[in-house]
Design a protein around this ligand. Structure first.
Ligand code: IDC
Length: 405
């Protein structure tokens, strides 16, 4: 193609893009901006005591087991609505620019029906002001298993009723973590957001701190990252930002001062989106956060559980939900806190029943075939062509739960 033709084609594409998505316009006109962030405040004397020994999961293994990728399965997924949007043109996916093209959510999808989410009292609500439960699956690490950043794979989770994908991006300590591999990670996050957008799914951009327990360690990198992401996705009603996965070995005051630095960076670009804030002790200590809550709007507190380790946290969730604290289970496992070991499906059921009762959202760990019980898939699974027989016990339980509730 000669340069004239290329220029003509580009002009045509931008003209069409302008008609479809005029600058500054969002799909949801009825955005709900309810402010209510402090009613769950409890006094210090009301707070619970120090976490139990079980509550200090400090021995998380950092070993990555060997992996294999083999045969592609071709069984058709169980049917839910066929995708009707045009296929992705890779060239139009903007991995590095300051803004990105938004595709309007296809009819019948979660994002088309529920639009921009916000926080009202202790719940996440949709654009109509109704309680809305995020039900999701988390990647293990976008750059550990990049093959799972796949539109086909996300669509298969959507077939089960999954309405949200969490893009966990390790900051350090894992294969290809963000620090030192910034471009590669951002490219994968961009792809993931684009696919979710085209599928009408919500998407969480997760700054996955773990071995770097104090979020201040990479605060400046985080501010830079979220500045770029929120500028790019300011018009996307389906994007949520999780600014620190699991703080540990630091206090709520450390987390709060970090959040007070990062949230304004996001708000400057994207005033409406939900921000998820981790809590101390691997996102278990919501009661610490409740003593000195954040003052920003549309913020939810992360609580994480692993069903075979953290039974005791259920009461904490109920107590603080009932005090009016907005909580999101932005990560949970059916197994123990190492991400491995036996599943406790009875406890998982109890947790999910409680979440459903309160309309608290939950996101399962993890979308990979790593050799551990929290991984969705057995080794040898094809991200694009899996079926029930590729699912490990925990993921099968969770996906059946989502399908039936
Ligand atoms: C685990 C992975 C495991 C990896 C380890 C360290 O499942 O393969 O070796 O991280 O990178 C969390 C963390 C999450 C952990 C998970 C299970 O958010 O990153 O993943 N877990 O240990 N909090 C509690 C449990």
């Amino acid at each position: 193609m000669n340069s004239k033709m290329t220029a003509l084609l580009l002009a045509l594409i931008s003209a069409v893009a302008f008609i479809v998505v005029p600058a500054g316009q969002t799909v949801d006109s009825g955005i709900q901006t309810v402010t209510d962030s402090t009613e769950y405040t409890v006094s210090a004397d009301n707070a619970e005591g120090t976490p139990t020994a079980e509550n200090s999961d400090s021995n998380i293994s950092t070993q990555a087991p060997a992996e294999t990728t083999t045969a592609v399965q071709t069984t058709k997924p169980e049917g839910v609505a066929e995708e009707t949007t045009a296929p992705v043109d890779e060239d139009l996916v903007n991995h590095t620019g300051a803004t990105a093209e938004k595709t309007d959510a296809p009819m019948g999808t979660a994002v088309q029906q529920h639009g921009q989410l916000s926080v009202k009292g202790a719940n996440i609500v949709d654009m109509h002001g109704e309680n809305f439960q995020l039900k999701g699956m988390s990647t293990l690490g976008v750059a550990i298993y990049p093959e799972y950043i796949s539109k086909e794979c996300f669509a298969k989770f959507r077939d089960y009723g999954v309405n949200c994908i969490r893009l966990a991006m390790y900051t350090q300590g894992e294969n290809n973590s963000y620090i030192g591999n910034e471009y590669q990670n951002k490219e994968l996050v961009d792809k993931g957001v684009q696919y979710c957008t085209e599928l009408g799914m919500y998407v969480i951009i997760d700054w996955h701190i773990l071995s770097d327990g104090n979020p201040h360690q990479y605060k400046s990198q985080s501010m830079e990252f979220f500045d770029e992401m929120s500028a790019k996705y300011k018009d996307y009603p389906n994007v949520l930002y999780e600014i620190c996965n699991e703080p540990n070995g630091c206090s709520w005051n450390d987390v709060k001062s970090y959040a007070d630095a990062v949230i304004p960076v996001i708000r400057k670009n994207d005033p409406d989106s939900i921000v998820i804030v981790g809590t101390p002790t691997y996102s278990q200590d919501i009661h610490e956060a409740a003593k000195n809550p954040l003052t920003q709007e549309n913020v939810v507190y992360a609580m994480h559980f692993y069903a075979a380790s953290h039974q005791f946290l259920k009461d904490r969730m109920s107590e603080y939900y009932n005090k009016g604290m907005p909580i999101l289970i932005s990560e949970f496992g059916t197994c123990d806190y190492t991400g491995n070991g036996g599943n406790n499906l009875q406890e998982t059921r109890a947790w999910l029943e409680l979440c459903d009762k309160y309309d608290i959202g939950y996101i399962n760990w993890n979308m990979s075939h790593r050799n551990e019980s929290s991984a969705c898939f057995y080794q040898g699974t094809s991200p694009e062509h899996w079926n029930e027989s590729n699912l490990r016990e925990g993921a099968k339980f969770v996906l059946d739960w989502i399908k039936n509730h």
